[in-house]
Design a protein around this ligand. Structure first.
Ligand SMILES: O=C(O)CCC(=O)C(=O)O
Length: 228
């Protein structure tokens, strides 16, 4: 594993969302099971997806706004229960979920759950490992501004943290060690470090995280197999 991924990434500081000409220079941490596909969605697909998201209703369970598809997730009990099944993913999400299978062979089937996270400047997500009611692969598609994600091995101290920039249109795929043995999160702050040094204001970022739910780990269907 590389000692420390570059902190220099994306963003011009000129306030134009969608201008991220430096993102391809971002360093991808060498963590087993982590892969990054920079141009997974075209600009037109990003725009269309964001417009569809913005026409849908937001939940205010958390500080950041969220949307749940396929299965609802309870942030308090941190489980999925059988009665949380919403239904199949809508076509616009299912198309993306299907396409993920063409860039990774880590999924054992098409993801059936998606959570949209809306991050305004100052917001983020705490360091965490995804719960095991979800399958062994998780994929996040980024929209909007380029923000940094942090990774730290479970049990490691802060000095072991590595970072990478998630550019709009990219897909980040976590499986194996990256999924199970590393925490990931996004620091709550209002600014991002610029490629050329200094800082720029953060703009809105939206992510869509795709998962498979594991039926025998959905509480209420077979509690014996539910690990935590
Ligand atoms: O916003 C992201 O890129 C990551 C989201 C995430 O880690 C989660 O929903 O568990």
């Amino acid at each position: 594993m590389s000692e420390q991924a570059s902190l220099d990434f994306g963003g011009t500081g000129d306030g134009n969302v969608g201008q991220h000409e430096n993102f391809d220079e971002a360093t991808v941490p060498e963590i087993q099971g982590l892969s990054y596909v920079p141009d997974f969605l075209s600009s037109a697909e990003q725009k269309r997806t964001l417009e569809t998201i913005d026409r849908s209703g937001w939940m205010d369970d958390l500080e950041r706004a969220v949307q749940h598809y396929g299965w609802r997730y309870d942030y308090r009990s941190r489980v999925v229960t059988a009665d949380m099944h919403i239904g199949p993913l809508p076509d616009w999400l299912n198309d993306i979920a299907q396409r993920l299978l063409s860039v990774t062979d880590s999924f054992d089937r098409v993801p059936d759950q998606a959570i949209v996270n809306n991050y305004e400047p100052g917001q983020g997500i705490a360091m965490h490992v995804d719960r095991h009611c979800f399958g062994d692969t998780v994929a996040t598609v980024s929209l909007g501004d380029t923000w940094q994600m942090d990774f730290r091995p479970l049990g490691g101290d802060r000095s072991a943290t590595v970072h990478m920039a998630l550019a709009p249109g990219s897909a980040l795929i976590l499986s194996g060690d990256a999924r199970n043995l590393w925490l990931h999160g996004i620091a709550k702050r209002r600014r991002e470090r610029c490629q050329q040094g200094g800082w720029r204001p953060r703009m809105r970022r939206v992510s869509v995280t795709f998962r498979t739910t594991v039926p025998q780990r959905v509480r209420g269907e077979d509690d014996r197999n539910f690990p935590n």
